[in-house]
Design a protein around this ligand. Structure first.
Ligand code: ZN
Length: 433
């Protein structure tokens, strides 16, 4: 399969367009042009050898950490593992896999969990810094957002919804034919957020490139209708601090949380355990060093706080996707309880809309807690507090670092699902018979 270097291709395209004056008539970045440029990029770039310094940095980051497989026969066992601080990355029939350091291994052993296998993390690493080039880091993401907003002033605006722990802006691209910036709109709203979790870089690419695609197709009849009648928000990189930390040495750090400094000097809160929905009751850890640490209290973190304020200020929001990776699944509430949502009509909307998006992506749609119960989840909170039909997408791949080759197909199928969500945002209940 070809390696598709999207960010390189885009930068090249922008440079080329600037020098040749060859932007499309609106000055817009052309997604089709971008894709054709990408697919004509040189096939199969050989992985670059890692410089010794990078190897050393990676060894330091991964020293004493393992890819482990633990026996867990059902969702209740999986929930208990989350509470022990283990972030479940892969679910198998009778076991789960993920990353563990010495403290977690000791904790699992003391709680009588059976560790079936463990492989030093460095051995499992299967990607190279050269693969980063296809993905957008924080600066590249912001540059692209600014470029898109500047090229489409009639329908787009860009603003910050708040600052991260380390002071980076959390940028939101808005697509609305009448209201700009933070001005209120009565039009039904759709919200797309990526990158709650640092190492899930694909979850930034999907909403970011969805935006590029929307601008490129803004004159298609259906897209034009959505832009004219809806209020569309795209926040591709919520956890910019964590995403930057994960790549800053040129080798991946397998980092999940934000960059808060905890009371015990450990680093990070799991942002998707920090929302006020059964906060820290099940499937979350109170141990600050754990990957599933819920934080000292609900909404303790600037990133989740920014989302809270954003959603609470916009009562017009009807639909939402929060992108994560990886499982090829679409999840709907509840995640924090085994129960179904109590409103039968809403439940049927979740099932129907989830199934439709499942057909478009090939992902399996189901109630989130069927996988395991995890409280403090953003989509549970968005539905409970705002009545928003909120879906978690666990994007595809067989690793947090699936390489550049996956981008074009993953983005293409997820654009279809994201557009479908727009098509029901005016009234999600219309999907019911
Ligand atoms: Zn995630």
């Amino acid at each position: 399969m070809k390696k598709l270097l999207i960010s390189f291709a885009l930068l090249n395209l922008l440079a080329y367009a600037a020098s040749a004056g060859e932007t499309s008539s609106s000055g817009n970045i052309s997604f089709d042009q971008l894709l054709s440029h990408i697919t004509s990029a040189p096939a199969e770039t050989a992985p670059m050898p890692e410089p010794a310094a990078e190897k050393a940095a990676f060894a330091a980051a991964t020293e004493g950490r393992y890819w482990i497989t633990v026996k867990a026969a059902d969702s209740h066992a999986r929930t208990r593992l989350l509470e022990a601080g283990f972030d479940i990355v892969e679910i198998n029939k009778d076991s789960v896999s993920g990353i563990a350091g010495p403290e977690l291994l000791a904790a699992l052993s003391s709680k009588s969990f059976m560790v079936l296998s463990r492989v030093p993390l460095a051995v499992r690493a299967k990607d190279f810094p050269a693969a980063d080039a296809a993905y957008h880091n924080f600066k590249e993401t912001v540059d692209l957002l600014k470029q898109m907003a500047a090229a489409n002033p009639d329908i787009a605006s860009l603003f910050s919804i708040g600052k991260t722990t380390e002071g980076r802006d959390i940028w939101c691209l808005r697509i609305n034919s009448s209201a700009k910036g933070e001005a209120a709109s009565a039009k039904p709203g759709a919200l797309y957020i990526g990158n709650h979790h640092a190492r899930e870089h694909l979850s930034n690419e999907v909403p970011l490139l969805f935006a590029a695609w929307l601008f490129d197709h803004k004159n298609d009849a259906d897209i034009k209708k959505y832009i004219n009648t809806l209020d569309i928000y795209i926040i591709p990189m919520l956890n910019a601090d964590g995403a930057e930390y994960d790549i800053k040495t040129g080798s991946y750090q397998y980092y999940r949380k934000n960059m808060s400094l905890n009371a015990d000097k450990s680093r990070g809160v799991d942002l998707n355990r920090n929302y006020d929905s059964w906060f820290c009751e099940a499937g979350a850890s109170t141990y600050p060093g754990a990957d599933t640490y819920c934080g000292p209290k609900a909404f303790s973190e600037p990133e989740s706080q920014a989302v809270k304020k954003f959603i609470e200020a916009r009562k017009n929001l009807k639909t939402h996707i929060s992108y994560h990776s990886y499982a090829s699944e679409i999840l709907y509430p509840w995640g924090g309880s085994d129960a179904d949502v109590p409103n039968e009509k809403d439940k049927q909307v979740f099932i129907k809309v989830g199934d439709e998006m499942g057909k478009l992506t090939g992902y399996l749609s189901h109630k989130s807690s069927e996988m395991y119960v995890a409280t403090g989840d953003s989509c549970d909170w968005a539905y409970a507090s705002g009545g928003i039909f909120a879906f978690t997408f666990e994007l595809e791949g067989r690793s947090f670092y699936p390489g550049a080759a996956i981008l074009s197909s993953a983005v293409a199928k997820n654009i279809k699902a994201a557009v479908y969500l727009l098509s029901v945002t005016d009234n999600p209940y219309k999907v019911l018979p």
